[in-house]
Write a protein that binds this ligand. Structure first.
Ligand SMILES: Nc1ncnc2c1ncn2[C@@H]1O[C@H](COP(=O)(O)OP(=O)(O)O)[C@@H](O)[C@H]1O
Ligand SMILES: N[C@@H](CCOP(=O)(O)O)C(=O)O
Length: 295
């Protein structure tokens, strides 16, 4: 049996829609695989009651098919589905690493990105790779038609997850078809600033570069309490706040000294409108880890 821990991720970071992503130190899915004549899946853990065990409907089934690697796959969910924290992607990335090893397929982590993205196509309608890339590779990732670039970073973040859900498929439906040139220019400038901030490990530059006036306002409107939570986090010292992935998770970037205050103020803001939430005080972290081998 092989076991892989695959981290949650936060995609977009505001200015990098479908391009930027970061691996989070926590939470994570744990995937265990054993060779089998046909693929079967069992799911336990956070939100497992909402996740299909049918290989044709689960992201790990799509990965097993793409790798021609049938297995019994056990998923222990640390990342709740429909969270905006790359839940479906964490499972797909973990399965890709585990099955690649189990069947000695020999793919590099970079080569596993499009394979794991097949799982995303199954659940969100498009093979966007901005969650699977950081879950596989760790750090800050930039996914374009030219492939994946990455840099290590250890920026402190707070990922605040309300009890509500937003499906990525639905949230892709509100992405505008067109944008004003002014907004495009602002967003390009912000994306460049954010990338530089990641390379320099600078939470001010990263936070300043998260603003986006094109996709984020449409997504934020789907999250009850978004403006209140964002304003509270900024007041508590966050350098930038945005929708995590497709939401409803909200991501704040901050200095380590402000992390505790940012987390408690975000929880308090959701609580003030009667929404329970939980906050992960973590930082940009490493990619999927293969930590047990017993074949
Ligand atoms: N292994 C999996 N882990 C989580 N969700 C999965 C998995 N396989 C299929 N799904 C389905 O994918 C959807 C969640 O994915 P998505 O909306 O992208 O959420 P998230 O933002 O958390 O990734 C749910 O409908 C869920 O049932
Ligand atoms: N770029 C995608 C990212 C979706 O992330 P998720 O964590 O909500 O699955 C999008 O914004 O649609």
């Amino acid at each position: 049996m092989l076991t892989v821990r695959a981290p949650a991720t936060s995609a977009n970071l505001g200015s990098g829609f479908d391009v930027f992503g970061v691996a989070l130190g926590a939470p994570a899915d744990v995937i265990r695989v054993e060779r089998a004549p046909e693929t079967s899946i069992s799911v336990t853990g956070a939100g497992s009651q909402y996740i299909p065990e049918d290989p044709k409907k689960n992201t790990v089934g799509a990965v097993a098919e793409a790798l021609e690697a049938p297995a019994h796959i056990r998923i222990d969910k640390g990342v709740r589905p429909s969270s905006g924290l790359g839940s479906s992607a964490a499972s797909a990335a973990g399965a890709a690493v585990a099955l690649n090893e189990l069947y000695d397929r020999g793919y590099t982590r970079e080569e596993l990105v499009p394979i794991a993205a097949e799982g995303e196509a199954l659940v969100s309608g498009e093979a966007h790779a901005d969650n699977v890339a950081p879950s596989l590779l760790g750090g800050f990732t930039i996914v374009t038609d030219h492939g994946v670039n990455r840099v290590d970073a250890s920026i402190p973040v707070v990922a605040c997850l309300p009890e509500t859900t937003v499906s990525t498929r639905d949230a892709r439906g509100v992405v505008p078809d067109r944008a004003h040139m002014n907004d495009v220019v602002d967003t390009v400038g912000n994306a460049a600033t954010l990338s530089l901030g990641m390379a320099k490990n600078d939470p001010e530059l990263v936070g300043n570069g998260m603003n986006d006036g094109i996709v984020t306002p449409e997504r934020a409107a789907l999250i009850r309490g978004y403006d209140r939570v964002r304003d509270a986090a900024l007041e508590a010292g966050a350098t930038g706040v945005t929708v995590s992935g497709a939401g409803p998770g909200i991501l704040s970037v901050c200095h380590a000294r402000d992390q505790r205050a940012v987390a408690s103020t975000m929880l308090g803001a959701f609580d003030s409108i009667g929404i329970e939430s939980r906050a992960y005080q973590t930082s940009v972290g490493g990619g999927a880890t293969l930590f047990t081998e017993d074949r």
